[in-house]
Design a binder for this molecule. Structure first.
Ligand code: R5P
Length: 311
């Protein structure tokens, strides 16, 4: 495997890339991703990749330089005659604008897909894509992986009695149902209306939550509005301890301060986006997706099934 397979990363996902390489028994390839004096991105691959299967690990979260680094890395690998360039994008950002729901707005999820393909990506691997249909924006193979088993293993160990899994909006019902089945828990739904980028208004709770321990399941926590308003409404309805399982910790603006004050016992996230110093908090627990991504890369390399990982 070592002869043909190479793992590289830009600056957005270095630690996660190291975990993936470790799972595969490899070290990260040698590439310098730095800045020219004017701030433009400079990339130099310092080892031979001719004929190799290159997997570049880089999440797409702000700043946009992370995305630009990825384009430039892909270009460099293609020009260095890699046999195949797969982009491993644990967090596929710009995904929330995935349809034209108002006049004169872009579809950024499609734009990013076009740009990755134009740069030369041969395949894409991601985790908990905001909407499954974004896969259709690509004409190259795309594997959308699910973090559900990682969270379920964690919550099963906590042995929480009388558990209900809650979807914080109608769009998340399918994912929440998968969690409730695996955790042998009941299911409830928060009927949310988004007021603006930072605020969500809760209209109703559908399902029984009184005297129950809760796990709210979502793909993204950004401003925290969705989860926090949901947690408050659940408390008002008599819920006991509230845990949250959220794959991508975007944690923008004042999210950490709001989580601190919110009636949330624990916010469990993954390392698709690194938790940097200003975002650490005792309520936040991080689980790694490195083995999931490493095993997926191994299977792609060996021509084995990826979907059977989730059966
Ligand atoms: C919405 O469809 C997503 O699944 C999340 O619920 C949303 O992006 C979270 O954003 P925020 O934390 O800003 O409410």
């Amino acid at each position: 495997m070592k002869d043909k397979l190479a793992i590289f990363s830009g600056n957005a996902s270095k630690k996660l890339a190291e975990g993936i390489a470790e799972y595969l028994g490899l070290s990260i390839g040698d590439a310098a991703v730095s800045r020219f004096s004017d701030g433009e991105i400079s990339v130099k691959i310092n080892e031979n990749v001719r004929g190799k299967e290159v997997f570049v690990v880089q999440s797409i979260y702000p700043p946009a330089d992370n995305l630009m680094e990825l384009f430039i890395l892909i270009d460099a690998f293609k020009r260095a005659s890699a046999q195949m360039v797969a982009v491993v994008v644990p967090y596929y950002g710009y995904a929330r604008q995935d349809r034209k729901d108002q006049p004169r707005v872009p579809i950024t999820a499609k734009l990013v897909a076009n740009l990755l393909s134009t740069a030369g990506a041969d395949r894409v691997i991601t985790v908990d894509l905001h909407a499954g249909q974004i896969q259709g924006f690509f004409d190259i193979p795309m594997d959308n992986l699910y973090a559900v088993n990682i969270f379920v293993d964690y919550f099963l160990k906590l042995k929480l009695p009388n558990l209900v899994v809650v979807s914080p909006d109608v769009g998340g019902i399918k994912a929440a149902r998968a969690y409730s089945k695996k955790l042998s828990a009941s299911l409830a739904i928060v009927d949310k209306r988004r007021i603006n980028d930072e605020e969500a208004e809760i209209m109703n709770i559908l399902g029984e939550v009184e005297n129950k321990n809760v796990v709210i399941v979502d793909d993204i926590i950004s401003s925290g509005g969705t989860i926090i308003e949901g947690a408050r409404a659940l408390k008002d309805k008599g819920a006991k301890d509230i845990y949250c399982a959220v794959t991508h910790p975007v944690l923008s603006g004042s999210a950490i301060g709001r989580i601190d004050k919110a009636p949330i016992k624990e916010l469990v996230v993954t390392d698709t986006i690194p938790i940097t110093d200003g975002k650490r908090h005792p309520k936040i627990k991080v689980l790694s997706v490195a083995s999931l991504l490493g095993e997926t890369i191994r299977r792609i390399h060996k021509g084995e099934s990826v979907s059977s990982l989730f059966k």
